[in-house]
Design a protein around this ligand. Structure first.
Ligand SMILES: C=C1C[C@]23C[C@H]1CC[C@H]2[C@]1(C)CCC[C@@](C)(C(=O)O)[C@H]1[C@@H]3C(=O)O
Ligand SMILES: O=C(O)CCC(=O)C(=O)O
Ligand SMILES: [Fe+2]
Length: 418
């Protein structure tokens, strides 16, 4: 993970981006931007017309920059092996939660059965009548749009501080501040909701980074996350039933948990077959509740092939994450998924990641561990260690949990006793 520095060439002379002042000497030129690590040029020249598309100090890439490309820059090209197309639509189960909320025991058992089958095979299902108000979802998209259409310099007020990781409100353009190749064709706005109410609220977080104009946006996201949290706890109850463990086991476990909220904005891409909006990965978190807009682009790996999840505006997609896999002693599969881009329309998604309280030990209930027949699949760990691994040592992909466990066993002995 080498952070990039951008340098900019104006009228033939290369300037380190941090020193570049573009004013009088080259007022209306086309700018040529290169991506660099500390010593080497990493990219072929990228032509830009407008210097505001690239931030001089942070090397961030905004959507206007992506939208102005006629080709996919080298840094965004993904390996050919990953770029296989999905042709089929996933017929993943649609679970109607209305009768669950009414306490209809028979309906609950049926839902648990359907969810169990999906989680044993690919780790994904959709829910309808989920209790989150559609106006709230629309309002979240309204503010998402408004945010991503701000000038780059304004979005960068929510720039990710290198040491803060996902701890604060953080805007990222193509993750170009973190990675130098296989860049995703997206911009993201991410914030973490801490379990500890003493940590700053969503409203404080937005207002301190973006200014008072974003109070309404922050209130919308605060409400959105509250709705998601109660849905998450309801789903935890059905998951426990589906696994045959104490019905309240996971609900109690996650009651004091935190979460990560992410808004994704995928600009149109000139060559969508060469890159990804979000590359193939399993979420390291526990449960993901995702809403995608009507454009579509979410794909899931199920039955040995990539399959398309057709967008449904009334549905939320629920993915099992790797921490939940560990909490089921490996019984439930974490969902391998990705987001593709297209050349016509910008795509948006709202993603709520459910996490345990950060110091809580991730350990399956006794019922799911049976001596020699079903030994522990993973050692104990804490969510804070796993999150730290994804933010500082390893770019999350399809093998994050496996790589983390290997890393744990090779690092400090303190970890073995946790
Ligand atoms: C803990 C997390 C790391 C990522 C955000 C959450 C859950 C999913 C992870 C991610 C989306 C997986 C693909 C790579 C990644 C870098 C991305 O493209 O955004 C991942 C997130 C991240 O580290 O920011
Ligand atoms: O945008 C999408 O549909 C998927 C996003 C995703 O997988 C993520 O943010 O973890
Ligand atoms: Fe994901």
């Amino acid at each position: 993970m080498i952070p990039n520095n951008l340098i900019i060439a104006c009228n033939g002379s290369l300037l380190p981006i941090c020193n570049a002042t573009l004013s009088p000497s080259c007022p209306t030129s086309t700018y040529t931007v290169f991506l660099m690590d500390s010593t080497h040029l990493l990219s072929s020249p990228l032509e830009i017309q407008d210097q505001t598309l690239v931030d001089h100090h942070s090397s961030s890439i905004g959507s206007s920059f992506l939208q102005n490309q006629t080709n996919v820059p080298k840094e965004f090209l993904w390996p050919k092996v990953d770029l296989v197309n999905a042709h089929q639509e996933l017929l993943e189960p649609l679970v109607d939660l209305e009768r669950f909320f009414r306490g209809d025991e028979l309906a609950i058992q049926q839902a648990a059965k359907v969810i169990r089958a999906a989680c044993l095979t690919h780790g994904c299902f959709q829910v309808i009548n989920h209790g989150v108000d559609s106006h709230l979802i629309n309002a979240a998209y309204y503010h998402l749009n408004r945010f991503f259409h701000l000038p780059l310099s304004h979005k960068l007020r929510a720039r990710r501080a290198t040491t803060a990781g996902l701890n604060t409100l953080s805007y990222s353009g193509a993750h170009s501040d973190r990675f130098s190749s296989n860049l995703p064709w997206k911009e993201t706005l991410t914030f973490r909701l801490h379990e500890n109410p003493k940590e700053s609220s969503v409203v404080d977080l937005f207002k301190s980074s973006l200014g008072d104009d974003f109070e309404e946006m922050s209130i919308t996201y605060q409400k959105y996350c509250e709705g998601m949290k109660s849905l998450a706890l309801a789903v935890m109850e059905i998951l426990a039933i589906s696994l045959g463990v104490d019905r309240l086991h996971y609900k109690n476990y996650f009651q004091d948990g935190g979460s990560i909220m992410r808004c994704n904005y995928y600009p149109p891409c000139p060559e969508p077959g060469l890159t990804f909006g979000t590359g193939p990965h399993c979420d390291a978190t526990s449960l993901t509740i995702l809403h995608q807009d009507e454009v579509g682009g979410l794909e899931i790996f199920a039955n040995n092939k990539w399959q398309i999840v057709r967008p449904r505006q009334d549905a939320l997609v629920i993915n099992i994450g790797e921490t939940f896999t560990a909490l089921t002693n490996g019984r439930y599969k974490s969902c391998l998924h990705r987001a593709v881009v297209n050349s016509e329309r910008a795509r948006k998604s709202l993603v709520y990641f459910v996490c345990p309280r950060e110091d809580k030990v991730v350990r399956p209930p006794e019922d799911l561990v049976q001596g020699d027949q079903l030994p522990r699949a993973y050692p104990d760990f804490t969510w804070s260690d796993f999150l730290h691994f994804t933010q500082n040592y390893y770019r999350a992909d399809a093998h994050t949990l496996h790589s983390f466990i290997k890393w744990l066993s090779s690092s400090s002995p303190i970890h073995h006793n946790r």
